[in-house]
Design a protein around this ligand. Sequence first.
Ligand SMILES: Cc1ncc(COP(=O)(O)O)c(C=O)c1O
Length: 324
Amino acid sequence: MPLQEQLAAKLCELSGLTNVFFCSTGLEANEAALKIARKFGHDKGIERPEIVVYERAFHGRSIATLSATGNPKVQAGFGPLVEGFPRVPLNDVGAIEKLAATNPNIVAVFLEVIQGEGGINPASVDYLRAVRKLCDDKGWLLMLDEVQCGIGRTGKWFAHQWAGIRPDVMPLAKGLGSGVPVGAVVCGPRAANVLGPGNHGTTFGGNPLAMRAGVETLRIMEEDGLLANAERVGAALKAGLQRELAGVAGVVEIRGQGLMLGIELARPCGELLGRAAQAGLMISVTADKVVRPVPPLILSEDEAAQIVALLCPLIKAFLAEPAN
Ligand SMILES: Cc1ncc(COP(=O)(O)O)c(C=O)c1O
């Protein structure tokens, strides 16, 4: 079977969805999703279709995806932004229901199952189910950006699977190619036939190197049991962080799932990056105050224990210092 078909078939098998468009990056996958939603609306006769997006969301750095992003820093200097993105807070069913009752132009809801750049903010299982139901009731598309939280990171292939729901549109990238640029938009029946020949495309989408990287990534992840590893080692890492940081003043919350975790501190902590690097640990800090360990899915429990042993003293020492 040609490589494109192999990878598409595998993604459909893993997601329960039916069709795949290939591209090269996360923002490109999200652009395609946004175009699907807009065209879906136009096909229904809605002239100015709107897509519900979220506070603190991150969807990429193209003009449309940065407009959908909920972070003024990402948008600053690049206006005018693309319109048609009403914004709601995450996990607030009332807010989206209110919007649904007042805005007849909505055609889709677009969210990360766990907001990554926004500070590791998980959409709750109840919220995901409520939004799925709302989309069904209203005939909207549910579009889940799994660029960061998908491909095994939370211990399931796709983070929304913890809620037992299916999206209509799911952009993927990052982990799909193990470092080789591969993006994909996986669609279910409601969205699969919205774009026809000539509506969308990209030169490098589905190239043989990218497809081979995707096929082998998923094969190795399955053979090596990396989903179970992410779940088990992620739980150990979270428990270790919770144990070592319990009761430490200035630690607001430890959250996330599998190997996608965030430690929110009470104050900006960007300087921890350099200190951690000096201690031999690569971390990232996001949303100013959230230390975000997102280690590789091959992490062992020993290595998780090393992260805890290196990171927690750094955080404690940092929080013990007077704020600048
Ligand atoms: C949730 C999410 N969507 C989209 C993107 C953009 O992906 P890319 O950098 O491949 O364009 C990112 C990147 O961090 C992301 O975290």
